[in-house]
Ligand binder design. Sequence first.
Ligand SMILES: [Zn+2]
Length: 334
Amino acid sequence: MLQEFSNLIQLQKHFNNELTCVQYLENLKWNGKPTCPKCGWEKIYHIPTRLKHPDLAGYKDFQCSNKECKKMFSTLTNSIFEGSKIQLQVWFAAMYLISAHKKGISSHQLAKDLGITQKSAWFVLHRVRASFAPKPIDQKILGLFAADETFIGGKNKNRHEDKKVDNSQGRSTKDKTPVFGIMQTGGIIRTTVIPNTTAVTLKPIMKSLVEKGSIIITDEWLGYNGLKKDYAHIRVNHKQGVYTSGAFSPNNVENFWSILKRGIYGIYHQVSPKHLHRYCYEFEYRFNLRKMQDAARFINTMKQTDGKRLTYKGLIAKPAQPEIMVDEDGVVIE
Ligand SMILES: [Zn+2]
């Protein structure tokens, strides 16, 4: 099993061949008891691997012994690594870098660091981001929450409009995409990319996450009208900084927005609305695990790689609107 490590060099020393990597994933996935991903059968035959790498010559894939099923599968089936030509060692290094870099890492930088093409790096980044997607919650949470929304994107000259001003409160969506965030005390945030910031949009999101009777703190935006029916709703005035709730307020959510925006504008420069939710997952994931050591965060990241396959086809599927992605050196990514 993976020993303690505290940097990329140590990680690479441990995962120094494809076999170690795939065995690590196998153990993480099944803990010694491979199970059919199609029917759940536990009696499994070993068959020669179809994974193509010299390190894996003696490695075994699996076949379901259920006569109705007979599915052939490997450790990588249904994982973010399935069907990728990039070596697992490279994937592992990428996952370490992506989960450790607080401000994010561009596909251009990742390509240089790992010696892969920018197109591959872009794909790796999006698959990893997809694996960061928060899991559906088992049950709603009762507690103290702060909710806030922000706008991402737009041309540089328009960005000052992010600041909230009277009436409009900067909520023009002309060239920006709204994102809603709800944070629990303790600083765990959940973000959602939304079409607009009306009550019709915001309320169902809150209702799906927050148990009735909880306390929700928001600013004075009209989209939060009507929360009193289900929650103890506290409104604070952004400009005057009047908080009736002690230290916890929408300002806590704003701290996250500033990290997200610094990352998106500083590292990625521009993000198309189509992919924005994945960037939100990425920043949300790191933010929520910010108190974890890099090694622990890496292991947590690896645990999330299963069952979250995002195909290249799915990734480049018809954009809702024309998009241009530009990396830090102004390179257009197609
Ligand atoms: Zn089966």
